[in-house]
Design a protein around this ligand. Structure first.
Ligand SMILES: [Zn+2]
Length: 597
């Protein structure tokens, strides 16, 4: 049988031929503002007397524009990623963000209108055939609006937020982008960006890792007042708007965005806090392997063995298809189509953006995956991860676009799931013990990141916001809070801490979503327990899995888990099951390492 060669460069011409120079694409973007204006006008004309069919009609148009905006957004993410020097694409991106911003009042107005409709009338609308499928989202919008201030006040808050809130996040990015870090790399003095210096954390030479870490701490110490001011003001804006709305708890908004209960969050962290011992053991073992007593911050990413095996793109694709196929026919067929039809940009060449992502192009019902494939097993995992995202989008196709808008905590479900299939298979199939150890280590590092590093971020952020309510938090105090959180989250396994992590981690400065941390851990453990079920039930599980994915944007996570997994995620038991799977990896790792030694 002749092997098929899958393309390594994606096909964007099927959407708009000629990329950023496509006249059709320019026309598409030029036509958008008038469509947006149209919808905004129609939404503004609605009254509490609206009939079900009128509302449906406006919602349909609202959705159409939303799809066009996200289609254009998908195209532009692809264009700007495949060539960072594509100036036209960058200009078009600016054009699109102005268009998106002018759409925001339509959403706000729609929410306010729904909250103004009385209960009886609202329930009547939901019961109608036209509106019924939007019960969850419309109820959510209505509840959100009820917890907010008047339309005028909320408009004022978001208008002032352009300069008083999101600009702090942009200023942070400017600071970081401007910083140069001087690092001694094996006798050579290098002037690096923060990203480049961070990348040295996995350098095989400890001296280099330590130099990079110390250089970063030094730079952030010198500039700490800038960062402290930025963080304090950003948080201050957020807290003031919460206070005006009468929201006492800083977690109210992030929990609401992620459609989850406080009890669920407490159960998750509680289970993690009680099960740190095996991961402490792992970190101690790793420290010993590196000839150290304790795990210092700069040694977390240190390679313990060198993984010799390289995998060509074609081999990687075959590996993924083979193991996806063991899980389910639909996942395999879907991935095969993605490989064959040029949905993936994998080529290793200049001017590509770093990292990987998956974006949807909803008008075509297709997705595109971006990454740079250089032949490592971790590249294969990334590819599987992004294919998982694309599969989630595919599973949601039968749903109305308004019912496809899932939150961050379930966004990583399908991706982590697909990545687990491949990561597990790689460990199983590895021939050399060295390879097995390296692959397992890679898997366990993820657990350490989600259970310890992200736990530290969560502890820091909640405590910082509590103190910020009483006034500006000093730089000294920020460092203390960070180090305390790290010591606690790593449960005594940490040697040298990273007190300026609050300044170096961009996630604390994201204004689009508050608390950019716990949803990651949620998604990881949630996905693991689905994966465990899939292994138990075999290929018959795929139908159930797809049904779960289809429901990810129309119910709370508690309801989702109860309906599709029969699990009560407000209880620790559920979370402990997922953690146990990760503990098993640690046990195997320690066994293998002690045999080796
Ligand atoms: Zn992802």
């Amino acid at each position: 049988m002749a092997t098929i060669k899958y393309p390594e460069v994606w096909d964007l011409d099927v959407f708009f031929e000629g990329g950023s120079e496509s006249l059709a694409f320019h026309q598409f973007l030029n036509d958008l503002p008038i469509k947006v204006e149209n919808v905004v006008t129609q939404v503004q004309a609605l009254t509490v007397e609206v009939s079900a069919s009128e509302l449906r009609n406006v919602l349909n148009q609202f959705t159409n524009v939303l799809m066009e905006i996200s289609h254009a957004g998908g195209m532009l993410s692809c264009l700007t990623a495949q060539n960072t020097k594509d100036k036209t694409a960058l200009l078009l991106q600016g054009q699109l963000s102005t268009i998106s911003a002018s759409f925001a009042p339509a959403i706000l107005r729609l929410q306010q209108l729904l909250s103004a409709i009385d209960d009886a009338r609202f329930n009547e609308l939901l019961a109608s055939q036209e509106i019924n499928e939007f019960t969850f989202i419309l109820t959510e919008w209505r509840e959100q609006a009820k917890q907010k201030l008047s339309e005028q006040e909320e408009s004022l808050i978001s208008a002032l937020g352009v300069d008083g809130y999101s600009s702090w996040g942009q200023l942070y990015n400017m600071f970081i982008g401007d910083i140069k870090v001087e690092v001694d790399v094996e006798g050579e003095n290098k002037l690096l960006s923060v990203g480049q210096a961070n990348n040295l954390s996995s350098h095989p030479n400890e001296e280099v890792r330590k130099n990079a870490f110390e250089a970063l701490e030094k730079v952030f110490t010198e500039k700490e007042e800038f960062f402290a001011k930025t963080l304090n003001h950003l948080a201050g804006y957020r807290l003031t708007s919460y206070k005006k709305r009468g929201w006492d708890e800083v977690l109210q908004e992030p929990l609401q965005i992620n459609r989850m209960k406080q009890e669920t969050l407490d159960a998750m962290w509680g289970a993690i806090a009680d099960n740190k011992a095996p991961f402490v053991k792992f970190l101690e073992t790793k420290a010993q392997m590196l000839g150290k007593e304790k795990m210092d911050w700069y040694n977390f990413d240190a390679p313990v063995t060198s993984l010799a095996t390289t995998v060509s793109y074609q081999e990687g694709a075959q590996f993924i298809l083979k193991h996806f196929g063991k899980f389910g026919a639909q996942l395999e067929a879907f991935a095969r189509k993605a490989f064959e039809d040029g949905w993936i940009e994998a080529e290793d060449r200049d001017n590509k953006r770093p990292g990987g992502f998956c974006t949807g192009l909803p008008l075509a019902n297709e997705s595109r995956i971006f990454m740079t494939y250089s032949g490592t097993m971790s590249n294969v995992s990334t590819l599987a991860h992004e294919l998982g995202h694309a599969f989630h989008t595919y599973a949601l196709c039968p749903m109305n676009p308004l019912n496809r808008r899932y939150a961050m905590n379930v966004a990583e479900t399908a991706s982590t799931f697909a990545e687990m299939i491949v990561a597990d298979a790689a460990v199983e199939e590895a021939q050399a013990t060295e390879d097995k150890i390296a692959l397992l280590e890679d898997k366990i590092q993820r657990s350490v990141a989600f259970f310890m590093n992200i736990h530290a971020r969560f502890l820091f952020e909640t405590r910082f916001y509590e103190e910020r309510k009483r006034g500006i938090v000093s730089t000294k105090r920020l460092n203390e809070l960070m180090e305390e959180a790290q010591r606690e989250a790593f449960a005594g396994a940490l040697g040298e801490a990273h007190p300026h992590f609050w300044a170096s981690k961009m996630h604390f400065y994201i204004t689009g979503v508050p608390f950019y941390n716990f949803p990651y851990t949620f998604g990881y453990l949630f996905s693991l327990s689905i994966y465990a079920k899939a292994k138990e039930e075999g290929s018959a599980f795929e139908e159930k899995y797809m049904a779960l994915l289809r429901d990810t944007a129309i119910m709370t996570v508690e309801d989702l888990a109860m309906k599709h997994l029969g699990e009560d995620i407000t209880k620790r038991d559920f979370w402990e099951k997922g953690i146990k799977l990760c503990v098993r990896d640690v046990e195997t790792f320690i066994q293998l390492v002690s045999k080796e030694g």
